[in-house]
Write a protein that binds this ligand. Structure first.
Ligand code: NAG
Ligand code: NAG
Ligand code: NAG
Ligand code: NAG
Ligand code: NAG
Ligand code: NAG
Ligand code: NAG
Ligand code: NAG
Ligand code: NAG
Ligand code: NAG
Ligand code: NAG
Ligand code: NAG
Length: 506
């Protein structure tokens, strides 16, 4: 379970951005109310008390308090009948008589216990935020709550299903049930929540398929179904929701393909990694998703070419397509993607051979913020072009291992931000130049399984941050440079299967 939580933080398209809290306090309302309450209590306390004594809301709240088994912050100490419930901690009332409960917000109070069904009787409740607590049990059937706009129960330990009754909350704009232990299917009637904008059920145990009624929810802006056990096809209508900005479906068991009809002009982030999706990507994807910034589709069975049209989505920052079956050559005209930071095609069947296919690297010269480039475990052949040395100096990881590369490694001393550099398991030859000593940030250098000859450059001894130096399975000769003994961080050094002599003094 802790593993699951950990995963939950790693949702591919959200890394370091685009998080949404259960936010948007109605500050104005709060102030109005506070002003009235101060007045009320100052002037005529008794009158105010009688108002709430008759209210069903009072009893609903008191019953809710009964359900709480642990309250380390003493939130509920103010919840007593000698105080009007509108002044209880976390309770927000309507700004006008008869002072009904409009909001209940006890986020992050470490309260434990069950949510009693009595909340269903707070018929004017608009905002319910009990997120980030230790609540267990089921979500109450909040039926008859036409007023509910926001429900945040995320980050608890709630079980059971998503109650069908929630689909009666026709004003619901935001539903966050992320990080619980919910199971069962998403109620198909969800499609009647025509005002829904944010729908987050990530990190639960939900099963069944994504209801096709989602297609009716044209207001949807944010869908996060990450890390559940949803199966079946993705409803076609989801690919045409006009207001969608973030669509995260990763870590489920979804099948099918992404249709050619895809058209979401506002979409900025699309995640479908770790599913069972396949076939070719729509060739027009970069034109159909012109605002796309983050695309995560790793670990599926996608095949065919990487669509060149991605090069038209000029805001792209992250393209993460590892562990698929993409074939063909790399697009040669991605000059527009100057904001790319991560480009990962690891474990596919991409090819390169003649000069033309390597034009890909030329195009990437304009990506001045590139940090990660991985083409490891593909079918790249031929000689690495010199233009590799002209990739951005921001590059931190350059991974080209397990291909069929030939020739010598061009000088790359400019790439001084490199932390990991791998050419392992290719057919590269020649000697490694002294330029390697310029890569002062290098922590991992993998050259194993090639045909490198000559001496190991002594400038390697300048790479004081190296933790892994893998040189085995080559034809390095001569003595082992004594400078390697300077590498105090080194935890893994492989030298076997070479023609080396001498000792190392670590
Ligand atoms: C929902 O809750 C999760 C977990 O607390 C949080 O990370 C996410 O930002 C929330 N989503 C929305 C749309 O508020
Ligand atoms: C609940 O209150 C917290 C501050 O205590 C606030 O950050 C959060 O946005 C509120 N939730 C809702 C749904 O308004
Ligand atoms: C009721 O709550 C108020 C704070 O709102 C507190 O001052 C008072 O001591 C409480 N009374 C009892 C009987 O707990
Ligand atoms: C809701 O209110 C009705 C009538 O006021 C009452 O009969 C019922 O028991 C209440 N339900 C809960 C769960 O408190
Ligand atoms: C939804 O509301 C309708 C009428 O308002 C009611 O008949 C139905 O039972 C409610 N459904 C649920 C699941 O509460
Ligand atoms: C999902 O269910 C499995 C087995 O039933 C359980 O081990 C796991 O902890 C559950 N995950 C969540 C997030 O509830
Ligand atoms: C979806 O919209 C169509 C047409 O507007 C309507 O006939 C259908 O009942 C809606 N489905 C749901 C579940 O609301
Ligand atoms: C894409 O959707 C927009 C509305 O969001 C529509 O105006 C446009 O015609 C659609 N394009 C295609 C090719 O279907
Ligand atoms: C997409 O990019 C290609 C090559 O850069 C260009 O020829 C084409 O006009 C672009 N299409 C659109 C719709 O921007
Ligand atoms: C290269 O990037 C710059 C912005 O960094 C942009 O102005 C220029 O048009 C790009 N070159 C090409 C060929 O797209
Ligand atoms: C890098 O680009 C510069 C200028 O564009 C050029 O002079 C240099 O030869 C290039 N280096 C490599 C290794 O291609
Ligand atoms: C490596 O360090 C040596 C001194 O130990 C220095 O003479 C040499 O210039 C350095 N080489 C590079 C490539 O930085």
């Amino acid at each position: 379970m802790s593993n699951t939580r950990h995963h939950c933080l790693q949702t591919s398209i959200f890394v370091g951005r685009m998080g949404f809290m259960c936010a948007k306090q109605h500050v104005k309302l709060d102030r109005l109310l506070l002003a009235w309450l101060l007045l009320c209590y100052g002037v005529n306390n008794a009158y105010c008390l009688t108002v709430h004594e008759n209210s069903g809301d009072l009893h609903s709240l008191l019953e809710f308090k009964q359900g709480i088994t642990s309250d380390p912050n003493e939130v509920f100490s103010s919840w007593n009948t000698s105080t009007h419930y509108c002044r209880w901690r976390g309770v927000i009332c309507t700004p006008k008589r008869p002072w009904r409960v409009w909001g209940l917000n006890l986020t992050g109070q470490s309260i434990a216990g069950k949510i009693t069904f009595s909340l269903a009787n707070l018929t004017l409740l608009s905002t319910l935020d009990l997120s980030s607590n230790l609540l267990v049990g089921q979500i109450p059937p909040l039926n008859g709550h036409q007023q509910l706009e926001t429900i945040c129960l995320n980050d608890n330990s709630l079980e059971g299903t998503i109650p069908n009754a929630l689909t009666n909350c026709s004003n619901l704009r935001k539903l966050n049930l992320s990080k619980n232990h919910l199971s069962g299917a998403i109620p198909p009637k969800i499609g009647s929540l025509s005002n829904l904008k944010y729908f987050d059920i990530s990190c639960n145990n939900l099963t069944g398929s994504i209801p096709s009624t989602f297609s009716n929810l044209t207001q949807l802006y944010f869908i996060n179904l990450f890390l559940n056990q949803l199966e079946g096809n993705i409803p076609e209508g989801l690919w045409g929701l006009p207001n969608m900005v973030i669509l995260e479906l990763s870590h489920n068991r979804l099948i099918g393909e992404i249709p050619q009809s895809i058209n979401i002009s506002r979409l900025q982030a699309l995640g479908v990694a770790f599913n069972k999706l396949g076939k070719a990507l729509p060739s027009n994807i970069g034109i159909a998703l012109p605002r796309l910034q983050r695309l995560a589709m790793g670990r599926n069975t996608f095949e065919g070419q990487i669509p060149a049209s991605l090069g038209n989505a000029s805001g792209l920052q992250l393209i993460d397509l590892p562990e698929n079956s993409f074939t063909g050559q790399l697009p040669a005209d991605w000059e527009k993607l100057s904001g790319l930071t991560r480009l990962n095609f690891e474990k596919n069947m991409l090819e390169a051979g003649d000069i033309r296919t390597w034009e890909f690297f030329h195009a990437l010269r304009n990506c001045s913020s590139l940090r990660v480039l991985s083409l490891a475990q593909n079918r790249l052949q031929g000689v690495i072009p010199n233009s590799i040395g002209n990739l951005s100096t921001t590059l931190q990881q350059l991974l080209l291992g397990e291909n069929n590369l030939l020739g010598v490694v061009p000088p790359m001393g400019n790439l001084h931000s490199l932390v990991s550099l791998s050419f392992g398991e290719n057919n590269l030859g020649g000697s490694i130049g002294d330029w390697i000593g310029k890569l002062q940030n290098l922590q991992g250098l993998e050259l194993s399984g090639n045909n490198f000859v000559g001496t190991i450059p002594s400038s390697i001894g300048n790479l004081t941050r190296l933790t892994q130096l893998l040189l085995d399975g080559n034809k390095f000769e001569g003595s082992i440079p004594s400078s390697i003994g300077n590498l105090s961080q080194l935890s893994k050094l492989t030298l076997r299967y070479n023609n080396l002599q001498g000792n190392i003094y670590l």
